[in-house]
Design a protein around this ligand. Structure first.
Ligand SMILES: Cc1cc2nc3c(=O)[nH]c(=O)nc-3n(C[C@H](O)[C@H](O)[C@H](O)COP(=O)(O)OP(=O)(O)OC[C@H]3O[C@@H](n4cnc5c(N)ncnc54)[C@H](O)[C@@H]3O)c2cc1C
Length: 387
């Protein structure tokens, strides 16, 4: 065993001990029972990780990251998923924080990063609008300068967990141009500001995951502008690249595929050569995904991020289809019962069935959010043709 192997093994036992003894056990138990966690649960999880110095594995040490190598980060992700801890809600920690670190002022970093790290604030992403999704540069939410403030008017939509948010980072139009990347700025807005209204949108699985956020003459301090006015488009693209790499969720996929194999062993009727072929393909796709993520973390690049987004989405959807096939004919009555308490309506089903159907439904959205898969293909094509 090399010195670095010994260090990794020591870290592994430390992380296992943390999840077995220090991390909130009730959260793990509720996730195991397929309960949906709420805002305070996610904040409590983040606070527990931060108290151990592991709240932001990918942040620089100067801002509270643990200073881990890629191997240490991989190991942590592996143990995190193995422990059954909740998928991190990414809008604060993964999306906006690296942009604040790269382009924010020292005052902004001091103001926002410690709260994100310690699980004291919840963020949402305000990019899409009713007429600006794939064509994001057509956005029309306007921020007009008025002394030391901006006055913001407009409407954001499909805002994930918008009703949990304390803050929303928004792309807003500050320049004269009616469309296009020029004149777009990156502004952080406190949800409690007068004039902000958040309305829930019910998603395909019957849950209010999404929101519409409207801004009616909202006064926002100019001190909340990240970087330079009019440069928000370039920051937003960097954020989207990070977002698309984040979708890989490699260890979660490996864990899900192990579960498919375990259920398959108990359901010989589903064990066909065709099923095994699809299972094998999904396992190979996860290995490829791991290779792409490694490359993206080392070299960066928008087209690798787009490739990861497509492969991650297709693989996630393929895995939910494997689960759904295991559910078989039992799934049909569940779909017609959408929006009701399925488990109590049909109490005698194996415990993986309800989450399998919910996951299948909600994972359809993955080819849309973060920029649709068609748009990712255009980004890749542009990059290939420019070579
Ligand atoms: C579950 C979920 C969560 C989301 N969370 C957020 C969030 O937190 N914050 C946020 O800002 N947004 C969020 N979104 C919005 C998401 O980013 C947009 O829905 C997405 O970018 C697509 O935009 P659109 O819905 O306007 O569809 P459109 O842009 O109208 O696209 C409709 C269809 O046309 C295709 N299409 C459009 N243009 C082209 C083209 N040029 N070439 C080829 N095909 C094209 C698309 O691929 C798609 O299939 C979320 C969406 C979903 C479903």
């Amino acid at each position: 065993m090399t010195e670095s192997d010994t260090r990794l093994e020591a870290l592994r036992s430390d992380i296992r001990r943390f999840f077995a003894e220090e991390y909130p056990q009730d959260l793990l138990a509720r996730l195991k029972a397929d309960e949906t966690l709420q805002r305070e649960d996610h904040l409590r999880s983040q606070a527990a990780l931060a108290s151990r110095g592991w709240g932001a594995p990918h942040w620089p040490k100067a801002h509270g990251g643990p200073g881990w190598s890629l191997a240490e980060r991989r190991l942590f992700e592996d143990e995190y998923v193995r422990a059954g801890a909740p998928t991190v809600v990414p809008m604060g920690l993964i999306y906006v924080a690296p942009i604040i670190i790269a382009f924010g002022t020292a005052e902004q970093q001091q103001r926002w990063l410690p709260d994100i790290l310690a699980g004291r604030s919840f963020w949402a992403q305000g990019y899409s609008e009713p007429h600006a999704g794939s064509d994001l540069a057509a956005l029309s939410t306007r921020a007009r300068r008025d002394g030391d403030d901006y006055i913001v008017t407009g409407r954001k939509t499909w805002t994930s967990l918008g009703f949990w948010a304390d803050w929303i980072f928004c792309l807003v139009r500050t320049g004269e141009a009616a469309r296009g990347g020029a004149g777009i700025s990156f502004l952080c807005i406190e949800i409690a500001s007068p004039g902000v209204t958040v309305r829930p949108i019910i998603a395909i699985d019957g849950q209010p995951h999404l929101a519409e956020v409207t801004f009616d003459n909202v006064r926002v301090p100019a001190a909340n502008l990240i970087g330079e006015e009019g440069q928000g488009w370039s920051y937003s693209k960097q954020l989207l690249s990070n977002e698309r790499i984040w979708y890989a969720h490699i260890e979660e996929k490996r864990q899900a595929l192990r579960r498919v194999r375990a259920i398959l062993a108990e359901q010989p009727i589903a064990d066909t050569p065709e099923f095994r072929r699809r299972l094998g393909e999904a396992e190979i796709a996860v290995s490829c995904l791991a290779g792409f993520v490694e490359r993206a973390l080392q070299e960066g690049g928008d087209s690798v991020a787009s490739l990861i987004k497509i492969l991650a989405t297709e693989t996630a959807q393929a895995i939910t289809e494997l689960f759904l096939d295991l559910v078989g004919g039992l799934a049909a009555p569940l779909i017609t019962e959408r929006g009701t308490n399925w488990q109590s309506a049909l109490p005698d089903l194996p415990d993986f069935i309800v989450p399998a159907v919910e996951d299948y439904l909600i994972t359809r959205a993955q080819s849309i959010y973060g920029g649709t898969n068609e748009i990712q293909k255009t980004i890749i094509a542009r990059s290939v043709m420019a070579l």
